[in-house]
Design a protein around this ligand. Structure first.
Ligand code: ADP
Ligand code: MG
Length: 310
């Protein structure tokens, strides 16, 4: 092993256009190494290519070109071993309505060739809090229960790597907490490598050791979470002066001055470098009267723009 649970090299995927629609270049040459034992966040706006990437890892989508190694196994050379190393909780609730949770787990275990004596359906159902629904029809399960069943299904073959695609999109707080508690436990107690996609930045900040941000089929940055947050400490103070502000007054080091069309002045700075207070003092020292002031925090979109501009 190289220390990476997943190694991806120059991965591309182009979907053929349906009914004369143009082909979709969903992945444009992805290079990505995911450390063994990490909780790894794959972030990006809708359409970035996150699900395509994950579905290729899961063996559900066929790549166009490139190399994928899962747990040291090349997907093209050892498809069975690479598939066995990974469990995927998909984004869509694609459950067979005719199976009970226990039945669904047994079928899944069969698909992955887990011998009957080694199956742990009851244990897994207990873990996701579905013991009392073990024999209920799947169609009687609530949305939250179905999601928990999808997590359970991803675990039947004891994969070394667990992948969760938008696990918390549209779920309530209770389910979200249950999901994260399980994910943390699997990571800490079993050393399972976890890969999750989300478009909630806060969630990724809280959960992930390392983050890759995708944008239009490319990875625009990959870094540890603390390092990434360090890059995201940009803030902007927007001042509406009483009269037109002069151009060249003294500002703390690193602060950028930008006049906006509405007459306001945007002062961009890094929290790690200076404070809003220091900037406001400089503005007052320059004799500028402030009518109104507000701060702008960067959101994920700003981060993307910032990163793609670099
Ligand atoms: P994300 O999960 O980040 O929202 P996706 O991987 O679902 O992104 O989609 C990436 C791009 O590929 C989008 O432009 C999407 O429309 C396109 N795409 C995804 N699945 C298909 C498909 N089955 N056929 C054609 N285009 C697709
Ligand atoms: Mg998706």
């Amino acid at each position: 092993m190289t220390g990476y649970a997943i190694e991806i090299e120059a991965l591309t995927k182009t979907y053929a256009g349906r009914r004369g629609a143009p082909a979709q270049e969903a992945l444009k040459g992805i290079d990505l190494n995911i450390p063994t034992g990490s909780i790894f966040g794959l972030l990006g706006p809708n359409g970035a290519g996150k699900s395509t990437l994950i579905n290729i890892l899961a063996g559900l989508v066929v790549k166009t070109s490139g190399k994928v190694r899962i747990w040291g196994f090349d997907q093209d050379i050892n498809p069975r071993q690479s598939r066995a190393a990974i469990g995927v909780m998909p984004q869509e609730l694609n459950l067979d309505p005719f199976f009970s949770p226990r039945g669904a787990l047994e079928v899944q275990a069969g698909l992955y060739g887990v011998p009957k004596a080694q199956r742990r359906s009851d244990e897994i159902l207990a873990m996701v809090g579905l013991s009392d629904k073990a024999d209920a029809y799947a169609r009687t399960l609530s949305g939250g229960m179905r999601r928990r069943l999808l997590l359970a299904k991803a675990l039947v073959h004891f994969p070394q790597i667990l992948v969760l695609d938008e696990p918390t999109a549209g779920v309530d707080i209770e389910l979200r907490q249950m999901l994260w508690a399980n994910v943390r436990r699997l990571n800490r107690e079993r050393g399972m490598t976890i890969i999750l996609t989300t478009h909630y930045l806060e969630e990724a900040e809280e959960m992930c050791d390392e983050i890759a941000i995708m944008h239009q089929g490319e990875v625009v940055i990959q870094d540890t979470t603390p390092a990434l947050l360090g890059r995201m400490d940009a803030k902007t103070l927007v001042i509406h002066p009483e009269a037109e502000a002069p151009e060249g007054f003294a500002l703390p080091e690193g602060v950028e001055f930008d006049r906006r069309p509405d007459g306001s002045v945007a002062l961009s700075y890094r929290r790690s470098q200076t404070s809003a207070n220091a900037i406001l003092e400089a503005v007052r020292d320059a004799g500028i009267l402030i009518r109104d002031v507000k701060t702008e925090e960067p959101d994920l979109q700003d981060v993307f723009l910032d990163l793609t501009r670099d």
